[in-house]
Ligand binder design. Structure first.
Ligand code: UFG
Length: 335
């Protein structure tokens, strides 16, 4: 029996585009991307045969049209806003886009008998960490609307499984980072808030000195520790999750991280080693809502998906981000 297509929402975005490339080029899927290109980039879709439908997932008619036109066998859902600070000042934007808009997809899946859904979820669904590393059984009490918007979608997915048999794997990423090691696709956010691209932009002189947000945390060097997980490892987890559901796996949620932390200072030191240049920096206040340490326990992903991070060295992650910034596109898509 021939496989249908995989619908990737937000497939022109950062993690979406790396996953589309792996689905199309390595796993041999037919891929249909739906993206409104608000944050996504047409140029990020480099694989032959990938179809882009330029539409908003909130637009039920466009979503219905995609499901009528293609035989959609599974959905990998990335389309979402991800700025934690903005979610505090404009929560309705986050609940509309991250929680309500995907309902159009779920309704179309139900109508067309599509029963496999992979969710791009986040460690922000946990809130303040109680245990490090964090297992999936950690309490889920988000501390910002972004985390709530994703947690609600996790809940909706559990209900959709119960009621309609739409099975899902909810992947809770820790700190997505790095770029395709060949430098061809990468991370291009505007505004950019993430640590690694800001460190590298400061090195290139594209921005002024980067600010280290707080150096008085209760960590060994006083700066925050995060679990940086390479985007290609994340992409592979989505392909594995899809295969798992294709093999009749049951719904579940799991963490995706390396299990290893790097502090802001360690990231800066690694960036200096990779680039051979000093990182222009200044020390500033703590950023609101930043916990001192976040590290994933990804045992469940290993047990159920056979997935483990292959890139666990922060220098290798930074090397790939540096390759993208110095590649043909110079770290920026044209559109
Ligand atoms: N940081 C700086 N300076 C910067 C940018 C970041 O010092 O210019 C620090 C932050 O304070 C934090 C660390 O670097 O300690 C990592 O910050 P990022 O913004 O790169 O990532 P976050 O940990 O804040 O965010 C990530 C995801 C979010 C998700 C969140 C969950 O990007 O989508 O984890 O905690 F919600």
């Amino acid at each position: 029996m021939s496989k249908g297509a995989i619908l990737v929402t937000g497939g022109a975005g950062y993690i979406g585009s790396h996953t589309v490339r792996m689905l199309a080029e390595e796993a041999g899927y037919e891929v249909v991307v739906i993206d409104n290109l608000v944050f996504g980039h047409r140029d990020a879709l480099i694989s032959e045969g990938v179809t882009l439908v330029e539409a908003d997932i909130a637009d039920a008619a466009s979503v219905e049209d995609v499901f009528s036109r293609y035989k959609i066998d599974g959905v990998v859902h990335f389309a979402a806003f991800c700025f934690v600070g903005e979610s505090v000042t404009d929560p309705l934007k986050y609940y509309a886009n991250n929680t309500a808009a995907p309902l159009t997809i779920l309704k179309a899946m139900r109508a067309h008998g599509c029963d496999k859904f992979i969710l791009s979820s986040t460690c922000a669904t946990y809130g303040d960490p109680q245990d490090i590393p964090m297992p999936e059984t950690h309490r889920q009490e988000p501390i910002n609307p972004y985390g709530h918007s994703k947690l609600m979608l996790e809940r909706i997915l559990k209900d959709c499984d119960e009621a309609y048999g739409i099975r899902s794997v909810r992947l809770r990423y820790f700190n997505a980072s790095g770029c395709s090691p060949d430098g061809v696709i990468g991370e291009d956010h505007e505004p950019e808030t993430h640590l690694i691209p800001n460190v590298l932009r400061a090195v290139k002189g594209e921005i002024g000195p980067m600010t280290v947000f707080g150096s008085d945390y209760p960590t060994a060097d006083g700066t925050c520790i995060r679990d940086y997980i390479h985007v290609v490892d994340l992409a592979r987890a989505h392909v594995r999750a899809l295969n798992y559901l294709e093999n009749d796996g049951e719904s579940f949620s799991c963490n995706l991280g390396t299990g290893k932390g790097a502090s802001v200072k360690e990231v800066i030191d690694a960036a200096e080693a990779v680039t051979g240049k000093r990182v222009p920096l200044q020390y500033g206040e703590r950023r609101e809502g930043d916990p001192p340490e976040l590290i994933a326990d990804s045992t469940l992903a290993k047990d159920l998906l056979g997935w483990e991070a292959e890139i666990t060295d922060i220098k290798t992650i930074i090397e790939s981000a540096w390759a993208w910034m110095n590649g043909d596109k110079g770290g920026k898509y044209k559109d």
